[in-house]
Ligand binder design. Structure first.
Ligand code: F6R
Length: 616
């Protein structure tokens, strides 16, 4: 959802800006641009297309000597992707440059007022009005004398904006500082030695520094090479903590893999191990970072998971686990639906918000809604210090490491791991799970990374399967019980990276409609896990076969019954029914990946998508 990067220091900054932007390209890739100040001159270069296009454009600019600059990679909201609509945007005199992530909701009215005052606009974006507002505030009523500092002009401008934004502003009239402001969209400041960085996300910072300030809601900062001064929008100083980021810079590189998605699929054994480690001591589950105490958790009588996309699928698995281990009512809500209904939650409801990025606007809104209604909010996030993590009463981190591929993979499996551990712990607190049972279940989890490795070792089988499927135009994914969310997730992975239309269904629902779609051209992927619904899923396979459908089954090692029924079978190792979704999803991630590659799709940056959806 747009990436912002900024630098102020002693180094020549164009190459730094490009490097930072590349680390943020997963946030949007419709257009890119930079603004730098060279010898009191503001220089802006921008164009439609990916960062590689901007790189070409900047190729002839080696004469620029600049030590301060801002940069942007765009996911278009207002205004089509074009050169003019690319950020940075400037004021009438090209003295102020602004990059923005978010949506300004009242931009039309402001634009009309500014146009009536004589401001001339070059783009059709919501962002450009910010540059003109700052210009107006700096100049006061006359257009020649500068009467207000850049900082004050930005402060005044943001107070007039409704909607969400993270902005970075530079001006050749105040050439040594970047002014940043945040409401609703993520913004971090990286503290180097005699240099300071600004970025939407941590992967862009960790190569340069591990010391990071997380900007809070309605905060702005004056950023210079040696100092960061943070205030609220009213101008009151805000004391900020500096967080030390543990992510290794190498974790934000492809590490020899062709794509981040493939790398991240392969990282799952490590990600699961890291997520479990430290959470289990002497067979007991501990979440040291959890700030909601056990007494309070004991009073919880209902759980509501809220999330979007893949994280919502993890929530669906959570519903099965909470009901099974804790035996209290549990619901799963799309965050955007939950926040705008009139959700009935109270202080005995635990709302669990799941978000890899910790910045998803819909999920953030759901957190605020739940808190305003008195519920306790626990979040499951992958990004330390992210907005959702900070706004929640407690947070449990998945230690997946940076997830850069737009299609979520390792975040999903580690979210399930956290939910599994938390459900068992809550079950113990509530007296529904004995200590002995808890220890046994945790032991199963220890064996999981090795089982994921066994699946990954059979990658070539999935690749061969993709050869048979990649020309399909539609696909159906079916599952029962905990296999149902995996059917949804398998279908989502396929459609987002390969653009093949795919639907996930509870297998029993097939006969209530989707069965009409089945013919020889419709591949049906069936998640055939062992358990009390197994016979029924075999029945569903028969129904598909009877109508000429082509069945790919994900089955458990040693399943001989399925051999004569499915056309192709991928076997996963045996584990408990509760953990089997984690194993079942891995071949489906690989399948989506290889099908997309065969279709020539850009798997790390699928069209129209962006990671970290910070607009509603
Ligand atoms: C799909 C995918 C998205 C995200 C969703 C929520 O592969 O990545 O569906 O799961 O946008 O994002 P987070 O988890 O960051 O809140």
């Amino acid at each position: 959802m747009c990436g912002i990067f900024g630098y102020v220091g002693n180094k020549e900054c164009i190459s730094l800006l490009l490097e930072g932007l590349k680390k943020l390209e997963y946030r949007g890739y419709d257009s890119a641009g930079v603004a730098v100040i060279d010898n009191n001159r503001l220089i802006v270069e921008k164009c439609a297309g990916k960062i590689s296009e901007l790189e070409k454009l900047l190729d002839g600019n080696s004469h620029i000597d600049s030590h301060i600059g801002i940069a942007h990679t765009r996911w278009a909201t207002h205004g089509r992707p074009s050169d003019e609509n690319s950020h940075p945007h400037t004021d009438c005199k090209d003295e102020i440059a602004v990059v923005h992530n978010g949506i300004i909701e009242n931009y039309l009215q402001i634009r009309r007022d500014l146009a009536a005052d004589g401001h001339v606009f070059k783009s059709t974006t919501d962002t450009e009005i910010i540059a003109h507002l700052i210009e107006k505030n700096m100049n006061g009523s006359t257009s020649t004398s500068l009467r207000t500092s850049l900082e004050e002009a930005v402060r005044k401008a943001v107070s007039e904006l409704t909607g969400s934004f993270a902005i970075a502003v530079i001006s050749n009239k105040d050439p040594d500082k970047i002014i940043v402001a945040k409401r609703g969209s993520p913004l971090k400041i990286g503290l180097g030695d005699g240099e300071t960085f600004v970025a939407s996300d941590i992967p862009a910072l960790i190569k340069y520094t591990k010391k990071v300030i997380f900007m809070g809601e309605q905060e702005m900062a004056v950023v210079t090479k040696n100092d960061v001064k943070v205030t609220d929008f009213a101008g009151n100083p805000v004391k900020k903590e500096v967080t030390l980021i543990s992510w290794d810079p190498v974790s934000a590189e492809k590490g020899g893999y062709a794509h981040f998605m493939l790398k991240e699929i392969h990282e799952q054994p490590r990600a699961i191990r890291d997520t479990v480690a430290d959470r289990v001591k002497d067979g007991q589950i501990h979440f040291d970072e959890l700030e909601i105490d056990k007494k309070e958790l004991g009073k919880i009588n209902r759980v509501v998971f809220t999330a979007c996309g893949t994280s919502w699928h993890a929530g669906l698995i959570g519903e099965y686990l909470i009901e099974q281990f804790v035996k209290i009512p549990c619901e799963v809500e799309y965050a955007a639906e939950f926040r705008y209904r009139h959700p009935v939650v109270d202080e005995k409801t635990l709302v669990i918000a799941i978000s890899q990025s910790g910045e998803t606007a819909d999920t953030m809104g759901a957190v605020w809604e739940a808190k305003s209604r008195g519920a306790k909010v626990l979040s499951i996030c992958n990004v330390v210090g992210s907005s959702i993590a900070r706004e929640s009463d407690g947070v449990l981190y998945t230690y997946a490491g940076p997830e850069i591929g737009v299609a979520s993979t390792k975040a999903f499996t580690t979210q399930i791991v956290i939910i599994y551990l938390f459900s068992i712990m809550l079950g113990v607190i509530k007296g529904c799970v004995s200590q002995n049972e808890s220890e046994k279940m945790v032991k199963e989890l220890y064996e999981l990374p090795q089982k994921v490795e066994l699946i990954l070792a059979q990658e070539s089988k999935v690749e061969a399967l993709s050869e048979k499927l990649y020309k399909s135009t539609n696909a159906l994914y079916l599952g029962r019980g905990k296999g149902f969310p995996i059917a949804l997730e398998g279908a989502l992975k396929l459609k987002e990276v390969s653009y093949i239309h795919a639907e996930g269904y509870p297998a029993a629902e097939m006969k209530h409609g989707p069965i009409a779609l089945i013919d020889k051209n419709m591949p049906v992927v069936v998640i055939a896990l062992r358990g009390r619904r197994y016979e029924k899923i075999l029945g569903n396979i028969e129904e598909v076969k009877a109508r000429g459908g082509y069945v790919v089954a994900i089955a458990v090692d040693g399943d001989t019954e399925i051999k004569d029924k499915a056309d192709d079978i991928f076997y996963i190792p045996h584990t408990t029914e509760s953990l089997s979704p984690i194993l079942a999803v891995i071949p489906l991630q690989l399948l989506a990946y290889y099908i997309a590659i065969k279709r020539g799709c850009h798997v790390d940056q699928p069209r129209n998508l962006a990671k970290s959806v910070t607009v509603e």
